[in-house]
Design a protein around this ligand. Sequence first.
Ligand code: ATP
Ligand code: MG
Length: 265
Amino acid sequence: MKELKVSSVGMVYNVPKSDDVIALNDVSFELEAGRLLTLLGPSGCGKTTLLNILAGFLAPTSGTVELGGQQITKPGPDRGMVFQQGALFEWLSVEQNIAFGPKMNGASKSETKPMVEELLHTVGLAGFGDKQIYELSGGMQQRVALARCLANDPDVILMDEPLGALDALTREKMQGLILKLWQETGKTVILVTHSVEEALYLGDRLFVMAPRPGRIERDYNLPFAEIGLKVEPRELKASPDFIERREEILSLIWEMEEQIMGHGS
Ligand SMILES: Nc1ncnc2c1ncn2[C@@H]1O[C@H](COP(=O)(O)OP(=O)(O)OP(=O)(O)O)[C@@H](O)[C@H]1O
Ligand SMILES: [Mg+2]
């Protein structure tokens, strides 16, 4: 399993006829393999930029990222991305979506078939392999997106607001699924969310990020993801420890928002 090492990463976007945007400034952290890190912070603090750099879609303008001692310079099969919505191949069936990566790597149908069946079972979609994407609800589509990512067996799963488009109940069920998958696979997961509750519930580590320039403002190690594997989500989210943390982080974010507003934008 591979540790992630982010060293002094900066990202400046050059915007024609306007000031440069410092999307990330001097971001450094180490993340042991098998952690579930959540990224939380106001719009524009660089969460998506950071994920894109980790995925290798974007090259940082300064600093380096290493996974298992190897510098990340481009996308690779050791990292998988799950987007908010709409990233499935609409013209392929559920099964074909999930088998896509392995098939591109030369796997035959007899190899992918049992793997797809197992993954469908894992994400709670057994029997849905023949369906078309448009026949599925948003929650089911995100299950397919997760299965498609897992099919490539990445070391690190990167998720950009994967549950952001779902209704509250579906979202809570999907949070449970992500925790379960995290536990069962032992993979490293990095998940962006706008929800304080979700960031606390899922993250066994949590960064609160701040904008202008985008940076890590707070770095928490949290017990709730481990507890969430054993305790009902509602019970956990209503517990005094959870509520205390939630209020602490909410106040921090409110302070940041006020500072941003105070700077005249
Ligand atoms: N391609 C780009 N060109 C110029 N500026 C960009 C580009 N992509 C992002 N930015 C700017 O960089 C900053 C960080 O953007 P980013 O999308 O990473 O934020 P975010 O935290 O993901 O926000 P959100 O919560 O709204 O998704 C923002 O100020 C944004 O306007
Ligand atoms: Mg974003």
